[in-house]
Design a protein around this ligand. Structure first.
Ligand code: PMT
Length: 404
């Protein structure tokens, strides 16, 4: 049975082009057995009519023009009626009103009057989402335990591409089920994720590194957090913002990374090694900047293999590796699965002809092999979407292993 059955949800709709998706969201929530009431901001009327929601929900739609026959206390009554509030789409303007605690319309008044879980699914142009003002509001709202569903990345209504699309209704429904009405499929589990590259110093100004941006690892950490896990992200140097509600430990080299993972692993249930760890480091780290010479020979020594070490020393931890391969993807991935004693390995093509997937890109293509013989091929998609799918798969395999 869906955990949304009999749940009472207030669906807030703001004025954005994604408002039409809210009609689908309403239907999906109803299909799961939830009871939904809709509140629209005045700007939302420009994109979709209250009548649409009224017809779909079978209930009056609350707007700023709504005339109560009773006491004019709708914001209080609705706040007491609902189990949760979901605002989709949530515009930049609405996030700003929410962050400032304004009560200038029915929806913002209701949010102030409510003491129930509140989630927002932002939808806006990518520049509006990236603006420092919006990001500061997002940060503040997250600190106040407001849950963010997305935004997604991809082509936008304005024709631009980037972060700011509203998540698809079916994804929002599963996030509502997993994040607002359950402790999540990985609730109570602790997961350590590594991400990004490592930097191996040659001298005070130079290092050996690789093209990993950290995007895949951060997306995995975020998805694990959304699934209810307690997440520790051990990150090599990246330019990314820390995912909300995730403990981030910044490291530089492979040796630092191993040390920090070992510090955290004892109470951990699952280890997901997404980092592109440098296999080698310079045998000596010159104390001063090396001077230019005709030729320079660097002696490299092997770095510890973090994943293999953890899998060897902690056989109770469910270990997932990643494999970035330019060729023979299946063969090399299967070899790593066996040699490193993993439960799953997630392979991705990183050759130059694998157009804009793998390293640095927002998208990826994954091929996954399980120690149980299972095999999955997932088409090109945004790293956040793939990460959510991967976390569901890991959860399924983890629970199967721990109930048998
Ligand atoms: O960061 P992005 O730009 O988003 O790019 C994502 C990614 C391509 C880096 C990511 O999807 C990925 O494939 N990560 C693993 C890359 C890699 O270096 O794979 P590998 O084949 O060298 O290592 C296999 C596994 O062993 C990995 O889980 C790795 O984290 C781990 N490993 C490797 C070497 C080492 N010394 N210690 C390790 O723990």
């Amino acid at each position: 049975m869906s955990n949304l059955k009999y749940k009472t949800i207030l669906l807030g709709v703001c004025g954005g082009i994604a408002a039409y998706k809210s009609a689908y969201l309403l239907r999906e929530l109803q299909k799961q057995g939830a009871e939904v009431r809709v509140i629209m901001t005045r700007a939302a009327h420009d994109f979709i009519t209250p009548l649409t929601f009224q017809a779909l929900s079978g209930h009056v739609v609350y707007t700023d023009d709504y005339q109560s026959e009773q006491r004019g206390m709708e914001h209080i009554d609705l706040a007491r009626w609902a189990n949760a509030i979901v605002i989709a789409p949530a515009t930049a303007n609405f996030l700003a009103r929410l962050a400032q605690g304004r009560a200038e319309d029915l929806l913002s008044s209701l949010c102030l009057a409510a003491n129930i879980p509140l989630a927002v699914a932002p939808a806006m142009n990518r520049e509006m989402w990236a603006q420092a003002a919006t990001q500061a509001n997002v940060e503040l709202l997250r600190q106040r335990d407001i849950t963010f569903f997305g935004p997604d990345s991809g082509e936008q209504a304005c024709g631009e591409t980037g972060d700011g699309r509203m998540l698809e209704p079916d994804v929002i429904v599963s996030l509502i089920a997993n994040k607002l009405f359950s402790h999540g499929e990985l609730a109570g589990k602790t997961i350590v994720v590594t991400a990004g590259p490592t930097h191996e110093a040659i001298d005070p100004v130079r290092f050996i590194a690789n093209r990993s941006s950290g995007k895949m690892g951060y997306a995995v950490a975020q998805a694990a957090q959304e699934a209810g896990a307690n997440v520790i992200l051990v990150s090599g140097p990246t330019a990314l913002q820390a995912p909300a509600k995730v403990k981030v430990i910044n490291v530089v080299s492979a040796e630092n990374m191993l040390q920090q993972v070992q510090n955290e692993i004892s109470h951990c249930d699952i280890f997901i090694s997404v980092a592109a760890v440098s296999d080698y480091r310079a045998a000596t780290n010159a104390p001063q900047k090396l001077k230019k010479q005709e030729t320079l020979t660097l002696e490299l020594v092997k770095n510890p293999d973090i994943l293999a070490t953890i899998a060897e020393q902690h056989s109770d931890v469910f270990c997932v590796g990643f494999a970035a391969e330019t060729n023979n993807v299946k063969e090399y991935a299967l070899t790593k699965l066996q040699q490193k004693k993993l439960q799953l390995i997630v392979a991705n093509q990183v050759s130059a002809d694998a157009a804009s997937v793998g390293f640095e890109s927002d998208d990826n293509v994954l091929e996954i092999f399980g120690a149980d013989g299972s095999h999955y091929e997932w088409e090109r998609a945004n790293k956040s979407q793939l990460a959510r799918r991967l976390i569901s798969l890991i959860s399924e395999k983890y629970h199967a292993q721990h109930t048998s």
